[in-house]
Design a protein around this ligand. Structure first.
Ligand code: 1GP
Length: 236
């Protein structure tokens, strides 16, 4: 079975999925063994690997090293086509539907094709929606796009639904790494009612209680980056 089928299966069975986002820029290959021992003690189901500014150096080596210690599925979460490695299991093929920069809607995706054709990665088309979070986050800075208004839930729902109609398999509501304000729970509930496909929520989620609330609101996958980066014992 594919990683995506397992995500859909988990959604159907209301089994919540917890993702650790690792930013390759912040990890040394020599740190991986220890890092993986911490991940093993945590109720984590998937690893996302990527960042807005990573140049792709050592990505293969890093993934090979992670796979020595950890059997969780690794999905690339790339900022651009330089962050593609056949050592991973799959890739979120993101389209930044909240923004109006054609580079992040289609140009990077086109440029990724020659690289993707050399891999057997599972490709999961994902509608990626950046939501305003009280601070300017890396996604906004790097993509040169404005996030969606966090108070205009109807428009966010419409965008998510458009993403589904376009054939995306996942919707990712992103507040941005280290966001001051995470995605509003009310927004998560409304988007879940609107779409049939699984929903990923991330950005600025920094406590166990917050994770629980996001799951209760209906998210299928929750992504934790900064909280685990700052404290490797976060889940213990
Ligand atoms: C960012 O959604 C992820 O792309 C995770 O954000 O670093 O704030 O947990 P945090």
């Amino acid at each position: 079975t594919s990683i995506y089928q397992e995500i859909v299966f988990a959604k159907k069975n209301k089994r919540k999925l917890l993702v650790i986002l690792l930013d390759p820029e912040k990890i040394l290959v020599s740190d991986v063994a220890l890092l993986c021992s911490k991940i093993k003690n945590a109720p984590v189901t998937h690893i996302f690997l990527g960042g807005s500014t990573f140049n792709g150096n050592y990505l293969d080596e890093l993934i090979v090293e992670i796979k020595k210690y950890c059997t969780l599925p690794i999905l690339l979460f790339p900022g651009d086509h330089k962050q593609i490695s056949n050592e991973a299991d799959g890739i979120l093929f993101l389209s930044l539907l909240s923004g109006r920069n054609p580079d992040y809607l289609i140009e990077h995706q086109i440029n990724a094709v020659p690289f993707l054709k050399k891999t057997d990665l599972e490709i999961i088309p994902t509608a990626y929606l950046l939501i305003e979070s009280g601070t300017i986050t890396a996604v906004e800075r790097v993509s040169l796009t404005k996030p969606l208004d966090r108070n205009n839930i109807d428009y966010v729902c419409q965008t998510a639904k458009a993403g589904e109609f376009m054939g995306n398999k996942l919707v990712y509501l992103e507040a941005g790494s280290g966001a001051k304000n995470a995605i509003p729970l009310e927004m998560i509930k409304k988007v879940v009612d609107e779409i049939q496909i699984p929903l990923i929520v991330g950005g600025g989620i920094s406590t166990q209680e917050a994770i629980e609330k996001v799951f209760e609101a209906g998210a299928d996958m929750v992504v934790i980056g900064t909280a685990f980066e700052n404290d490797n014992t976060f889940f213990n």
